[in-house]
Ligand binder design. Structure first.
Ligand code: AMP
Ligand code: ZN
Ligand code: FE
Ligand code: FE
Length: 281
């Protein structure tokens, strides 16, 4: 059915979204989204948690993840779709990333303390709870302690490059992440390319085995969509899209604000059938 709508980029409270996997799936059904991918940062646990609810409300779950990397100083996010979430290479990578992220919280808290901004690392880690901890959790604790009036201000004043609490994220190159996704039988897609401000990163990812580009995203204007659609066509890349829903931690972005036709999911499956899982690297 070509009228089926999909939202292929959402976050739950297994990373920096504010809603549970069950709630995200219920909201998707209410928004008329029939297929959804829960693409938490460096975490795949929401998939199994959401599965019974998805079955009950009749929403198809597309296995997914969003993974961090960096290239030439730019933060590069890669989406992996239809992957084997139990693949040992993937699991090992995610375990490493969780440990790195906890160390990063402690360093961030120390850097903030050095400029007189004192927040307990334990509160940041407790807020993330069972999920992947990240800068949005630090931002929410800064807000709770009255250091900022909202979370965008927390990023602007403290958590972005050049600011006192900034600590870089993953130093892994996109090529390494693409290899991990492909070893797990997945389809690697470059997320929200507009945030990169450098289209040569797309070429570097293509050289490393990228399959698709997130052409449709809540941060893309119609001009951006046309721009990245043309690039995807020129490079023979799959196109994907999604809202990048984060619950109340990203105001104004509801589930399904970006909906794509299910034919894009079918195109990913066809790509996957032509590109069986590579040997683990
Ligand atoms: P992390 O993976 O810990 O580096 O956190 C990255 C996440 O922080 C992104 O996926 C966004 O959800 C959020 N984020 C990044 N930059 C900003 C910003 N300037 N304002 C608000 N949220 C941001
Ligand atoms: Zn996020
Ligand atoms: Fe992202
Ligand atoms: Fe995201």
């Amino acid at each position: 059915m070509s009228s089926v709508a999909a939202d292929l980029h959402t976050h739950t409270d297994y990373s920096d979204g504010t809603e549970s996997p069950e709630r995200v799936v219920e909201l998707a059904a209410a928004a008329g989204v029939q297929a959804i991918s829960l693409t938490d940062h460096d975490n795949v646990e929401a998939l199994a948690v959401a599965a019974p609810t998805a079955k009950r409300v009749g929403v198809e779950l597309i296995p997914g993840i969003e993974m961090s990397s960096s290239l030439r100083g730019a933060e590069v996010h890669l989406l992996g779709f239809l992957l084997d979430v139990a693949h040992p290479g993937l699991t090992a990578h995610l375990t490493e990333q969780q440990a790195r992220r906890v160390r990063r919280v402690h360093t961030t808290v120390e850097r903030l303390a050095a400029v007189g901004v004192r927040i307990p690392a334990e509160e940041v880690l407790a807020l993330a709870g069972h999920g992947t901890v990240g800068r949005p959790h630090v931002a929410r604790i800064l807000l709770k302690h009255g250091f900022v009036k909202d979370t965008p201000e927390a990023f602007e004043r403290y958590l972005t490059p050049g600011r006192p609490g900034f600590m870089p994220g993953s130093t892994m190159e996109p090529a390494r992440i693409i290899a991990i996704i492909r070893a797990a039988g997945g389809v690697p897609v470059l997320a929200h390319p507009v945030y990169l401000k450098d289209d040569t990163i797309i070429d570097a990812c293509v050289a490393a085995g990228l399959a698709g580009l997130e052409v449709f995203h809540s941060g893309h204007t119609p001009d951006h969509v046309r721009h990245y659609e043309a690039i995807a066509d020129r490079l023979g890349l799959l196109k994907t899209g999604g809202s990048d829903y984060h619950g109340t931690s990203k105001e104004g972005v509801g589930i399904g604000v970006v909906k794509v036709p299910y034919t894009l999911v079918e195109a990913m499956r066809q790509w996957q059938a032509r590109h069986p899982a590579t040997a683990a690297s």
